[in-house]
Write a protein that binds this ligand. Structure first.
Ligand SMILES: *Cc1c(COP(=O)(O)O)cnc(C)c1O
Length: 348
């Protein structure tokens, strides 16, 4: 059991159902590493939740999602003519944000399903107000060119309210006279959604949610790494790729998880300020020897990396006096779920 994500299945599923029930029309987002769970598992779970549509990030993510989920699969990345991996089939919903791309799609035989993205203050992708109106006209005169499934808006993850921005964008949507009343939104609060639904009762707002759905109840999740080896070292003895010498007697603990899993890619937290660091050096702490805090905890304490993480394992330094784990024990690790590849996921 190397680096393992443990899921308290009952608790996790309860949380998922609660989020679904609180968000009518929810579109679960499954992109990237599947938020640590994998796209296939999240697709199957979305089907279990009763979603009619899921969103993936990119075209190559369509196939693993469609294997487990038989409803609509929306691709969040905009369709582009140079996207050689684009998938055209009737369960795929393309995101379109430029007139030239729309023209391209209008000419296809397949009558692609599309959402028209309106550019937001994110300034990532999407039509300007004027181009959205133009898009509406081109679609109206094209006859049967594309099936418009909705408008999309991707808002920044900000603390302030999005309402005035969304109101402005909705004015553009109404002006465009599109043959749809669905609006797919990202990163609105529940309160903002509620207000919008009251303000625009003729429209259906559908939230696209990833993090707060899959990772919203952290207590349902735990990550543990297997202890692969332990070695006692005396002060001055060498170890590791760099033949460092131990600054004191202690134990080198080799644990599962390395750069290939995404371990150690984040800047270490804690003791980050110079003053902090100076104080610790003055006290002769181990980080005075240049050791960096690791995300692994043993006996409730974050332990130090004995050297930078290797590809699939990491070496920790455990000072003398600390309880030494046994080979095969599991220790807690703090990870960023969206950036970690687990060796195994165990849903209990
Ligand atoms: C990733 C993404 C989401 C989901 O974001 P979370 O913060 O994980 O909920 C929604 N919409 C778009 C366009 C995205 O790219």
């Amino acid at each position: 059991m190397p680096l393992t994500l443990y899921v308290d299945g009952e608790r996790w599923r309860k949380h998922l159902q609660a989020v679904r029930d609180a968000h009518p029309g929810i579109v679960p987002v499954l992109k990237g590493n599947g938020y640590g769970f994998g796209i296939g598992r999240l697709a199957a779970t979305s089907a279990w939740l009763g979603a009619d549509t899921v969103a993936v990030g990119t075209y190559p993510e369509v196939a693993p999602a469609a294997e487990e989920f038989h409803g609509s699969v929306m691709v969040l990345a905009p369709w582009r003519p140079f996207e050689t991996r684009a998938v055209f089939d009737q369960h795929v919903v393309h995101t379109v944000g430029r007139l030239s791309d729309l023209d391209d799609l209008l000419e296809r035989d397949a009558k692609p399903r599309v959402v028209l993205e309106r550019l937001t203050s994110m300034r990532r992708h999407g039509f300007s107000a004027r181009d959205l109106r133009d898009a509406g006209e081109r679609i109206a005169t094209s006859g049967d060119g594309v099936a418009v499934e909705g408008v999309a808006m991707h808002l920044p993850i900000s603390k302030g309210s999005h309402l005035s921005e969304v109101n402005r964008l909705m004015t553009d949507v109404v002006a465009a006279g599109l043959p749809t009343n669905q609006v797919y939104v990202s990163h609105l609060t529940d309160e903002e959604l509620g207000t919008l639904r009251q303000t625009y009762p003729d429209f259906e707002f559908r939230p696209r949610i990833g993090t707060s759905l899959w990772l919203g109840d952290r207590d349902a999740l735990s990550v543990r790494a297997t202890v692969l080896d332990v070695h006692h070292v005396e002060r001055g003895e060498g170890y590791g790729y760099r033949s460092r010498t131990a600054p004191a007697a202690g134990t080198i603990v080799v644990v599962a998880g390395g750069t290939a899993h995404g371990i150690g890619l984040e800047a270490p937290t804690g003791g980050a300020t110079l003053k902090d660091r100076a104080a610790r050096i003055a006290k002769g702490g181990l980080d005075a020897a240049g050791f960096v805090r690791s995300p692994y905890t043993l006996d409730g304490k974050h332990r130090l990396f004995a050297e930078p993480p290797h590809m699939q394992a990491s070496m920790l330094f455990l000072p003398a006096g600390a309880r030494v784990p046994e080979v095969g024990d599991e220790v807690d690790v703090r990870v960023r779920y969206t950036a970690t590849s687990f060796d195994e996921t165990v849903v209990a």
